[in-house]
Design a protein around this ligand. Structure first.
Ligand SMILES: [Zn+2]
Length: 173
């Protein structure tokens, strides 16, 4: 199942097929994977001590080569691989990440379903005031409406005549 859409080239890690916009899988992540291939195969997804997801390779000496996963989703192949020193660790591997990503796409990255993606219009099926996620099929939301009271402050013009003659009735100047 994990090899679907992957073309093997001799001497290199497999090339990943780029999905079209609007599918549950990220075209930008596929482009980044193709631009950052290593003979060892696909990189892994880790969380660091801050809880932020990174994609890359944990080296034997404790350095991590990779990038923030959210940046990769947004900017694709333009996102450079950085070397993070061991002080950025420890790194916790999400061993089931690729299985979950294969099954439910970007919902494996946006579990809370609060982010907007390219192709988001194919993600939701609306029915009145509820909508369900078609990518994972396991998340439903309902519409909320509310009013906000906003306090503002600013400046308004005052008629100049009133300033020049504060006592228009002329009482004893
Ligand atoms: Zn979902």
């Amino acid at each position: 199942m994990m090899n679907r859409g992957i073309v093997t080239e001799p001497g290199q890690a497999p090339k990943v097929a780029v999905p079209p916009n609007g599918t549950k899988h990220s075209p930008n992540l596929a482009k980044w994977l193709n631009a950052n291939r290593r003979a060892g195969g696909r990189p892994s997804v880790y969380r660091n001590i801050d809880g932020l997801r990174h994609i890359g390779w944990l080296e034997d000496d404790g350095w991590f080569s990779g990038a923030r996963l959210w940046r990769v989703l947004g900017d694709g192949r333009r996102v450079k691989v950085f070397a993070f020193p061991p002080a950025h660790g420890p790194w916790f591997k999400e061993a089931d990440f690729w299985d979950r990503y294969e099954a439910i796409g970007r919902c494996a990255i946006d579990e809370a379903h609060t982010r907007h993606f390219i192709g988001d219009d194919t993600r939701w099926r609306e029915d009145g005031d509820t909508r369900e996620c078609l990518w994972c099929g396991a998340h439903r939301q309902e519409r909320h409406r509310w009013q906000q009271i906003i306090e503002r402050e600013g400046w308004r013009p005052v008629a100049l005549a009133a300033l020049a003659n504060p006592h228009p009735k002329g009482d004893g100047v």
